[in-house]
Design a protein around this ligand. Sequence first.
Ligand code: ATP
Ligand code: MG
Length: 405
Amino acid sequence: MFDFFKGKKNKPTVYKRPQHCISRKNIDRDALKVLYRLSQFGYTAYLVGGGVRDLLLGREPKDFDVGTSARPAEVKKAFKNCFLIGRRFRLAHVRFAGGKIIETATFRRNSQTVGEIIEHAAEGPLEDNTFGTPETDAYRRDFTVNGLFYDIKDFSVIDWVGGMKDIEKKIIRAIGDPEIRFQEDPVRMMRAVKFSSRLGFKIERKTLSAMKKYHSCILNAALPRVCEEVFRLFPYGRSREAFRLMWDCGMLGDLLPELSAHIKSSGGERSAVWKYLSVLDKYEIMMASKGYEVSNALRAAVLMTGLFKAEKKDGQGEPGNSREIMGTMLRSLKIPKAVYFTASLLLESSRRLSAPPVKGKGRFVYNRDFLDALDYNRIVFRAEGRDESVLNAWSDLYEEKGKKE
Ligand code: ATP
Ligand code: MG
């Protein structure tokens, strides 16, 4: 598949320890244990993927993944706390205290493409088209910044794909031909949006034009993966940028056509949708700093608020169509039913919480989603520049309820 490197004698660029900033003290201790042990057993062992990228950027990695020359059964032999998972491609999970898992994968290559199967038909099937070398493992990854290896043997960073330069230049660039890579797996286009918004990186020109050309392929991807990636655009407080990119490249129109049409009719770049998201982003950052994660229902409700309010203004829009609005996410993204119901309730709650609680009629504070509703309304009020005193009254009532119980 990767004709551009087939047959060439490729060599990686190796950045020795003094040439990069990754220090072992920033690597998870259990991940280090896995790396050292595999290395002692004579296998190649690298830290791979997002962990290396985040360490180079001075960010705290979400997880530490290991790539190795050891086959899954060999990894299992090396650790007594190791479990193999997955049927087609077996992954090793090395487990540690507190439920921590270090995912350890044998170097892979991309499975054969139809072209390759035809090309090699005369030679019979390849003996093993799953496992590969560090080189093939680097080239099968999505973006250059995600294709770097940290070698435990000499603490160097091994770069087959030009990821180090792209990290310096703050660029998200597909590995190989972006048009092919996005058709192979359209979810990669959403990952480009996620990394670009989260890290504040620009999407490289050819990568971006491939997204603009093939955005509709996202409709061929498995819905649970797409839905998961949509919600991954929210943490880190960059959802405004993320959805702007989704809109710019056309993917939002594929996934949420009603929302996309609303953005267009409500001023495009000046649509209120962006304002709601930017207030949500501040809230995400505040909650993350306290160690909380924002619920997906609240995220979905804020995303759809502009559309919900516009529908209401249009006449038929008496309250009650919140289910219809959230139904668009249910149908096109298959969001979980629980998220659908709670997000509908949040949209509805604006009406109730816009008037001060009347004596004996404040039962809403007993609803299990009341606090989410209060936060949702604070976001909406702030985005619309409204006076929040009515929300404070509801909040006081909630506090009183707590004291009574
Ligand atoms: P995060 O910080 O969100 O976890 P990540 O880069 O670690 O970001 P993961 O989804 O955890 O992302 O994937 C780990 C690695 O696997 C990536 O860095 C990338 O190298 C590779 N990868 C993941 N998804 C794909 C894909 N769809 N196509 C090719 N490579 C992928
Ligand atoms: Mg990861």
